[in-house]
Every structure is written in C-alpha cells, then in structure tokens.
Design a protein around this ligand. Structure first.
Ligand code: F6R
Ligand code: MG
Ligand code: MG
Length: 364
C-alpha cells in the first residue's frame, strides 16, 4: 500500500471580528476550493481555531509537495478575496507574497506534515493553537515523548522503552540537531527550554525509526533588525502501539503552561485547552488556546474528528488558565506578562529613545 501523507496547513487571511475568529463564508470558500481543485487529495477536513483557517489533508504525494502546497495557497487566496469583500480584519495578512513560488513554507502559512505507512490502526491527533508561537509545542512534546511522569509507556511499554529522537531547530541560525532521549535529555532541555528560538520540529521512535510527531516550526527572517515569522502553530502526533497513548499525548495540556503570543504577540499567557465551540479568543485577545482533534486514518480517509478538549476533565485546566490570566493581567505592562524588549511584536522604543536622546546622561 502506498504511504499516506498528512499535511496540515494553516493561515490567517482575515479575522471575524478583529483577530477572534473566522467568518463561515471563508471556510465554505476553502471547502469548495479543495473539493473542486483537490481531486488528488484522499481526504480533507477544514476548520478554524481562533482567526486561523486549518486545512487538514491526506494524500499520497509526500511532504513538501508543490501541488499540495499550491492547492492550499490558492484556497487561502480565494478566502482572502471573500475576506476583502466582507472587509474582514487583516484580510490576506498571512499571504506574504503576491505569487506562489513552489513551496508554501516561508510564504506566511504554517505547515506540519508527515509521511508514513498506515498501521493496522492509525490514530492521530492534530493540535492547533492560536495567539502563540511554534515553541509552544516544546513543553507538551517533551512531556509526551520524554517525561515518564506524563507517559508511563516510556517505563512499562517494551515498544517505547528505548525512547525517542527529537529533531530540534534553531529558528534564528537555521541549524538543526537531533537529540537521543532519554540519555541526551539534559542537553536538549538547555535548548528547548528557550522556545522563542529553539523548537522541536519532529519526533521519531527509536524502536521503529518511524515519525511520531511533526510541528509547523518555521525559520525566522531578520527584518528591520528584528526576527519575524513566528506564528500560531499546528502539530500532528501519531498515537498508540509503541507511541504515546491518546491520553498520554493529551495529558500535558491538563496543566496549562505559559506561552508567548497573547495581545499584540507581545505578552505571555497560559495555553488554554479548548473545545471547538470555545476556540474564539476574546479576553485581551486571548488567552492563547489549543484545540486537539483526533482522527482515525483509514486507507487515507480521515475518520473523525473527535474534539478531545470538549471533555469536562479539562475544566480544571481552563480554570487554572483563567486564574493565571487574572494574575498575569494584574501585572499590566510589566514583565513577565509583557515579553522582553527583544521579543515584542510591537514597540515604540526607537521613537521614544530618539525623543529622549538629548536627556540620556552617563551615570557617574
Ligand atoms: C495577537 C493578535 C492581536 C493583535 C491586536 C492588535 O497575536 O493577533 O492581539 O495583535 O488585536 O491588532 P492590530 O495592530 O491589527 O490592531
Ligand atoms: Mg489575525
Ligand atoms: Mg491567529
């Protein structure tokens, strides 16, 4: 049987209202486009999380395929036309170029893809986040694939006991390194504990060599003295039979960790696990949130989805996220709620500095 490729490609091409959600007409436009032009797809599922449109697609063309990327690009262009017509907010904001140039990576949209031989049963989870950045997956991926307190399979399942390899990308120097866990876990944590720069791009089983997880980690570009291109990320995780159980893959989200990307991309906030009906960030444009949709892949077809965080057992996580939000909000413009100066997406610093230049005196 030919290998299956799962491609998740996302973009924000216009918000409804502000940066909070996606207008249904955009989703309809994208679905029509994929139905008409994507006949080479085995299956697809279109949804949104916050203001991001998410295309979940299966096919047999492998990763980084020009035809698949162009299909997604054209679907986003069609949705942009509708967003412009409705004067939605930031219409076309993630399409950084006027024309498609072979690979959608680096052109604005986020991409997480993996190619694999479909197992006897193939459960996958598609994680999709809004108001945060690719490094947001570092903490949960570490917990899923390297923390025995999260994933008992690492200790008691013979098909997981050898551990997992983590491919980590340096988004600024454009370098990558693979860490073999558990033995190189401490070395790896030096890097991935800094999620603004180092991101887990993929995880592989050391028992089978198979890909287990893939994230939409994109390299950053130095523009006007600042690194730009961090965006609301997606991540795909395969589960069960030598990989984390569905419950082990979801467990890291039961206690929200802090991520960057809230209000103006310039504040830290808790990553709140949400159902599809709760995924429109409003409070202070947030807090950042994550949706987890489960699918069984059957001969390439997407059987699902199962909306995992609709489970009331994530109510406590949402409550903790709300408490953390109250606390962080009380800090206002002070760090660590606000990001450090070098990470702010918006800044008035150069102007203020210029105005104060004559008043900046040496300290004796
Ligand atoms: C955060 C986000 C929003 C906007 C904010 C200001 O990632 O997207 O918080 O940054 O609403 O948006 P503008 O500058 O477009 O008015
Ligand atoms: Mg937006
Ligand atoms: Mg967004």
């Amino acid at each position: 049987m030919p290998k299956v490729t799962l491609s998740v490609i996302k973009a924000d091409v216009g918000g409804f209202v502000g940066h909070s959600s996606v207008h249904p007409e955009l989703l309809e436009t994208v679905r029509e486009h994929l139905t008409k032009e994507g006949t080479f797809l085995t299956d697809f599922y279109v949804t949104h999380v916050g203001d991001d449109i998410e295309l979940i697609m299966t096919h047999e063309k492998g990763v980084d395929n020009e035809e698949v990327h162009k299909l997604a690009w054209d679907a986003f262009v069609a949705a942009t036309d509708v967003a412009k017509k409705l004067k939605l907010y930031g219409a076309g904001q993630d399409l950084l170029s006027d024309a498609f140039s072979g690979n959608i990576k680096g052109m604005g949209p986020g991409v997480a893809e993996m190619e694999f031989e479909e197992r006897r049963s193939e459960p996958v989870i598609v994680f999709m986040a809004d108001k945060t950045e690719p490094g947001a997956w570092n903490f949960p991926l570490f917990k899923m694939f390297a923390d025995p307190f999260n994933t008992p399979g690492l200790v008691i399942d013979p098909s997981m006991h050898k551990g997992f390899d983590f491919e980590v990308h340096d988004l600024i120097d454009n370098k990558k390194v693979t860490f073999h866990c558990p033995e190189e876990m401490y070395d790896m944590l030096v890097f991935i504990g800094a999620p603004g720069r180092y991101c887990v791009r993929a995880v592989f089983s050391r028992t089978t060599g198979e890909i287990a997880a893939s994230s939409s980690t994109q390299r950053l570009n130095l523009m006007a003295g600042r690194y730009v291109g961090k965006d609301d990320p997606v991540c795909v995780v395969r589960c069960q039979s030598g990989l984390p159980a569905v419950g082990e893959a979801l467990e890291p989200f039961a206690r929200p960790h802090l991520v960057a990307g809230w209000m103006r991309g310039s504040h830290h906030g808790p990553l709140m696990p949400c159902s599809m009906t709760q995924c429109n960030p409003t409070r202070f444009d947030g807090p950042p949130r994550v949706v987890a949709l489960g699918f069984q892949i059957s001969s390439g077809k997407l059987i699902g989805p199962q909306d995992f965080f609709a489970d009331p057992s994530y109510d406590n996580a949402r409550m903790i996220a709300n408490h953390l939000s109250d606390y962080l909000r009380s800090l206002g413009p002070f760090e660590p709620h606000r990001l450090g100066l070098e990470d702010l997406e918006y800044t008035t610093m150069p102007d203020v500095m210029k105005r104060l230049s004559g008043r900046l005196l040496p300290i004796d």
